[in-house]
Ligand binder design. Sequence first.
Ligand code: SF4
Length: 337
Amino acid sequence: MSATPALIEATKLSVDVPAKWLPFARVKPLSILLDVSLAIRSGEIVCMVGESGSGKTTFGRALLGLVKPSSGRITLEGAALADFSAKSFRAVRRQAALLFQDPLSSFNPRQRIGAMIAEPRRIARSGSTRMEDLVALAQQVGLSERFLSRFPHALSGGQARRAAVARALSVIPKLIVADEPTAGLDVSVQGGVLNLFLELREQHRTAFLVITHNLSVARHIADRIVILYLGRVVESGPASEIFRAPKHPYTRALLDSEPVPDPAKRRTEPPVLGEVPSIAARPEGCEFHTRCPFAQARCRVEAPTLADEPGHRQVACHFPLPAASAAAVRGLHVVSR
Ligand code: SF4
């Protein structure tokens, strides 16, 4: 692993939410994120992968202070945030931008695209807001000059996503947190957005935390992958190694859920092995044991801890898949949501 200090690092970050909406007056808060640690370095693209409800969006928002962590620690370029107050997150927000899953929801419907992408420069009093410079910024993300005079409702999904990227780049951030950046886009547009991320990394050493349920996205751009299940990290490591030989059965299941373009190689196994348990009723022991085909008696009573494995990998499983069998094990896959 690189000795470069982390741009941003979360250590044992947890997020609880009140559970007042539950019946029977449950008062104990629910944990939607549990002890998640992750360091992201400049120029690195980390993909956080998991099904819907795994806590990945919550982690991205907690890192930027949009959701208040209940415990843990965040350091920015080695300096720890004093607390989780809005004031202490200001330093993070100056360095980072968030690309929302639905970019249109983050736009002011009455603001033209040109004014929208100029706004961060105006607020930061940094960078030019002259028309020719805004045109250059729009062109950098593949939008022509005519889009600057349009209102958000006149943009397609792909154009809106590009406009959101242009706004994020208006004051070049050191970190971009991109939540499902290809959701709802045509495959050809998806590739364009991901290639844009790669260009940004090359040109500016921008770091990315890409939050996705889509392993094809991770396969395209990730340096490192973190797999979340019920708000906990179950596996992490270099992307190439995780795709070559996943060690956690859940990672194996996600990989087996990837669409197979060749009809001759289509899988015939059932698509889902059970439902994701509720965070209000977490299974005892390993929380994946209710869906795991490799579960043994120990798994039902003893929770595995996230342990270091060779090759800068970590896995939380009592019986990690050996490399040889990982490639051979088939039959478990989950539906991407
Ligand atoms: Fe499966 Fe047991 Fe590993 Fe959990 S600890 S993933 S149940 S083998």
